[in-house]
Design a protein around this ligand. Structure first.
Ligand SMILES: Cc1cc2nc3c(=O)[nH]c(=O)nc-3n(C[C@H](O)[C@H](O)[C@H](O)COP(=O)(O)O)c2cc1C
Length: 377
C-alpha cells in the first residue's frame, strides 16, 4: 500500500497576506542598529548584509535610520534626510528586491539618548524633558543633559519624520516603520516617567501621546497607511524611560493606530524575558493589543523556532520578528524550515564599525557543508 508522505506544517513557514503584500513566510528581520554607515551614509556592505538575509516574500525591517542631524545617538548610524543618503540606500534596497524581499525602513529620532558629540555644533540633545539619563557603566554610554523642546518646535520634528518617510519611498523602500519604542524620542513623550511637560504635549495620556500620534498621522498622509508600520514597547524601561500604566498606554496607542484604515502593521516588543525554574519564559503579554489591533500584528523579543511556531499556530501574532538570531544566521528562515542547527551570535561585534566581521561573515548552511569533511565521504 502506498504510504502518503506526511509533510509537517511549520507555522512560521506558511504564507501570509500583509495588506497588498504577499509574504511567503512569517520570519521577519527585526530592526537592528549595526553602526556601519560611515558619516551617516549607508555603505555598499549593507547591500551584502541585507541581501544575505532577504528571501522571496520575506519581510526585512532596516536598522533605525536618523530622520535629521539631531536624531543621532550612536556612532555611524545611517540617515535618510539628505539626497546623498537617499541615493546610497537605493542599491541596498535594490539588492533586497532582486531577491524578492519586502523592505521597510525604520525611521527614528533618539531624543535624549545621545550626547553633545553626536549633535550639530555640539548642542544639547533634544527631548520632551530636560532630565538627563544616568551613565550606563555596562555599555560605557554617557548621555548629555537634554534640552526640553519648546512647544513651537514640535511641528518641525514631526515634519522631519514626514520628510524621512517620503525619502524612504523615493529610495525604493516598500514602507516605513515609525520607531515608537525603546526609550527614544516618541517614547520620551509617551511615557509618564519621562514626560514632565505642562503644555498640550504633557500631562494627560492623550497629551503625552499627541506627538507620536502627530508623527504617525503626518507619515500616513505623506506615503499612505498601507506603507506605514509602527513599533511600540509599552513595557520597556530601557534608558530610564518607563510608564506607570503600560497596558493603558498601549491600549490608547493601538486605538489611535486603528484610526488609520489599512495601516501596514503594528509591531510590539514583549516585556523582558523571565527565567522560570531555570527556563527562558516569554511573558506573552501582547495578546490584548493583538486582539484590539485591526491589522497585521508582529511580535518580537526572545523568540526561537519553537516559540515562534507556537505563537503563530495559536494566533497570538501574525508574524514574528527575530533580532539576534538573524544577526548570526543570515539564512534563518531556511534553517527554521529544515529544523537545522543555528550559529551562535557574538555580542561583541553587534555594534562595531567593521564592514565584514560579525556582519556579513556568519556562515550559511551550505558553508557548513563546504567545510564538513564527511559530506563527500
Ligand atoms: C544589536 C542590536 C541592535 C538593535 N537595534 C534596534 C533598532 O535599531 N531598532 C529597534 O527597534 N530595535 C533594535 N533592537 C531590538 C531588536 O529589534 C529586538 O527587538 C531585540 O533584539 C529582541 O529580539 P531578539 O530576542 O529576537 O533578539 C536591537 C537589538 C540588538 C541586539
Amino acid at each position: 500500500m502506498a504510504r502518503e508522505a506526511v509533510k509537517e506544517t511549520i507555522p512560521l513557514m506558511t504564507p501570509y497576506k500583509m495588506g497588498q503584500l504577499e509574504l511567503s513566510h512569517r520570519v521577519v528581520l527585526a530592526p537592528l542598529t549595526r553602526c556601519r554607515s560611515y558619516g551617516n551614509v549607508p555603505q555598499p556592505h549593507a547591500a551584502v548584509y541585507y541581501s544575505q538575509r532577504a528571501t522571496k516574500g520575506g519581510l526585512l525591517i532596516s536598522e533605525a535610520t536618523d530622520v535629521s542631524p539631531t536624531a543621532q545617538g550612536y556612532p555611524e548610524t545611517p540617515g535618510i534626510w539628505t539626497q546623498e543618503q537617499v541615493e546610497a540606500w537605493k542599491p541596498i534596497v535594490d539588492a533586497v528586491h532582486r531577491k524578492g524581499g519586502v523592505f521597510v525602513c525604520q525611521i527614528w529620532h533618539v531624543g535624549r539618548v545621545s550626547n553633545n558629540g553626536f549633535q550639530p555644533d555640539g548642542q544639547a540633545p533634544i527631548s520632551s524633558t530636560d532630565k538627563q539619563i544616568s551613565p550606563d557603566p555596562e555599555s560605557g554610554m554617557v548621555y548629555s543633559k537634554p534640552r526640553r523642546l519648546r512647544t513651537g518646535e514640535i511641528p518641525g520634528i514631526v515634519d522631519d519624520f514626514r520628510r524621512a518617510a517620503r525619502n524612504a519611498i523615493e529610495a525604493g523602500f516598500d514602507g516605513v516603520e515609525v520607531h515608537g519604542a525603546h526609550g527614544y524620542l516618541l517614547e520620551q513623550f509617551m511615557k509618564d516617567g519621562t514626560n514632565d511637560r505642562d503644555d498640550e504635549y504633557g500631562g494627560s495620556l492623550e497629551n503625552r501621546c499627541r506627538f507620536a500620534v502627530e508623527v504617525i498621522d503626518a507619515v500616513v498622509r505623506e506615503v499612505g497607511a498601507h506603507r506605514v508600520g509602527v513599533r511600540l514597547s509599552p513595557f520597556s524601561d530601557f534608558v530610564e524611560c518607563a510608564d506607570s500604566v503600560p497596558m493603558t498606554l498601549a491600549d490608547y496607542m493601538v486605538r489611535q493606530l486603528n484610526m488609520h484604515e489599512g495601516l501596514l502593521y503594528c509591531h510590539m516588543v514583549e516585556p523582558r524575558i523571565a527565567n522560570v525554574i531555570g527556563r527562558r519564559y516569554i511573558p506573552h503579554r501582547l495578546l490584548p493589543f493583538r486582539k484590539a489591533f485591526n491589522g497585521t500584528f508582529i511580535a518580537a523579543g526572545g523568540y526561537d523556532r519553537d516559540e515562534g511556531n507556537k505563537v503563530v499556530a495559536d494566533g497570538y501574532t501574525d508574524l514574528v520578528a527575530y533580532g539576534r538570531l538573524f544577526i548570526s544566521n543570515p539564512d534563518l528562515p531556511r534553517r527554521f524550515e529544515l529544523g537545522a542547527s543555528l550559529n551562535n551570535y557574538d555580542r561583541s561585534t553587534f555594534i562595531t564599525q567593521d564592514p565584514i566581521v560579525g556582519y556579513t561573515d556568519y556562515p550559511f548552511l551550505e558553508d557548513d557543508h563546504k567545510h564538513d569533511p564527511t559530506i563527500n565521504a
